[in-house]
Design a protein around this ligand. Structure first.
Ligand code: SAM
Length: 364
């Protein structure tokens, strides 16, 4: 908690720029304070240590939070990201060569120029013809190999949702007359989107030097009760070196009341993948599939019985339940289903119980 007397201590620092955020944290060593300025610079100090001084905070950790957006990129560009994060990454990893092939409003380009990267050691493009019209979801990309690639793809857009879309100005997009079929923001089928995202990631990974890194900034989407997690659903080409959770600063007034409908999404993931071998690519693959309890041999009898009871309002006459068990592929040729049911009732007394001729699902 900030006290009246603390204001005297921090006063000189308040005049050093436009302060957009002040955070005070109680730690074992005392109250630590962080001031964040409009340009993204952060100063930190300890209010309980004399003499009070503040120093620049230059630290990447697995949670990042920037109140300020800094001077980079355009906030008119829907789905733009903070250049301050890209700056932190480049200053931390210090790659010799850098690229962003889905550059959007040019945020990473501006950061790179600010840090001294030139056309000799950095590459920028986008599907947007203004930035070359290069489609990174197709093979045979022609770029020099790079040490560090930043990729901020479009997020998955549920049909009907108001998430940012890019191609097709006449249809709510940001560039081009027509919708481009390989613009990720226009792919509304989750399976097709996953394939698109995996292909882009694989193509970008192939453009890394051995020892190079691909940093992917991605987020989750929700619409009408459906949730899509890009990070959970993606395949990983290469080795994950770091996962950073980036805090999004939405309006606090959006979350002061529990609407009861959903928990607002206030995070994005920055996943840093490293290429550790020129030849061997470790791949973690994710598959979408479904298991139907009515037809699967892999589920247990307890699961089948519980779901049958649930579907029928929590209660079934024993005879009907055994008939249904007989029609299940697991029951084929089994002449001892009465005994099986008795056994399941014995083994799962917390799940079901018998009430006269009925088998019931426990409610608590
Ligand atoms: C989230 S935006 C990037 C925003 C950027 N980081 C910024 O701060 O402005 C995603 C970009 O991906 C581009 N894009 C979509 N599909 C693409 C594809 N297949 N190949 C290359 N770029 C693509 C879009 O045109 C859009 O500019």
């Amino acid at each position: 908690m900030l006290q009246q007397s603390d204001l005297t201590l921090i006063k000189p620092y308040l005049y050093q720029g436009n302060v957009v955020n002040i955070e005070v944290t109680n730690t074992k060593k005392g109250r630590e304070i962080v001031l964040e300025y409009q340009d993204g610079k952060k100063l930190c100090g300890n209010l309980d240590i004399e003499p009070f001084t503040m120093r620049e905070l230059k630290r990447l950790s697995s949670i990042v939070s920037h109140f300020a957006r800094g001077k980079y990129g355009s906030n008119q560009w829907r789905g733009n990201c903070s250049g301050l994060l890209i700056k932190d990454l480049l200053e931390y990893y210090q790659p010799k060569t850098f690229g962003d092939l889905a550059v959007g409003s040019g945020t990473s380009f501006e950061v790179a120029r600010d840090l001294g990267y030139t056309a000799e050691n950095s590459v920028f493009s986008d599907l947007n013809p203004k930035y070359g019209g290069v489609d990174i979801s197709v093979p045979n990309l022609d770029f020099p190999l790079m040490d560090f690639i930043f990729f901020h793809p479009p997020y998955f857009v549920f049909p009907g949702s108001s998430m940012p879309v890019y191609s097709g100005i006449h249809n709510g997009g940001m560039w081009g007359d027509d919708i481009h079929p390989n613009d990720g923001s226009r792919i509304t089928n989750p399976v097709t989107f996953k394939k698109w995202f995996d292909t882009c990631n694989a193509n970008l990974y192939n453009l890394l030097h051995n020892g190079g890194r691909l940093a992917i900034l991605m987020g989750d989407s929700r619409y009408k009760g459906k949730y899509y997690s890009m990070f959970k659903n993606m395949d990983i080409y290469g080795e994950i070196e770091q996962v950073i959770i980036k805090r999004q600063h939405n309006c606090l007034t959006d979350s002061v009341q529990y609407s009861g409908k959903f928990i607002p999404i206030e995070h994005e993931y920055l996943v840093i993948i490293k290429k550790n071998s020129p030849f061997v690519i470790p791949i973690t693959a994710v598959n979408f599939c479904e298991r139907d309890i009515r037809t699967s041999q892999k589920v247990t009898w307890a699961t089948v019985i519980a779901m049958l009871l649930e579907y029928h309002g929590g209660k079934l006459e024993q005879k009907s339940l055994i008939d249904m068990m007989r029609r299940h592929p697991k029951g084929k040729g089994n002449n001892h289903l009465d005994a099986k049911l008795r056994q399941e009732l014995q083994v799962h007394p917390k799940m079901f119980f018998r009430q006269n001729d009925f088998i019931c699902l426990s409610t608590t």
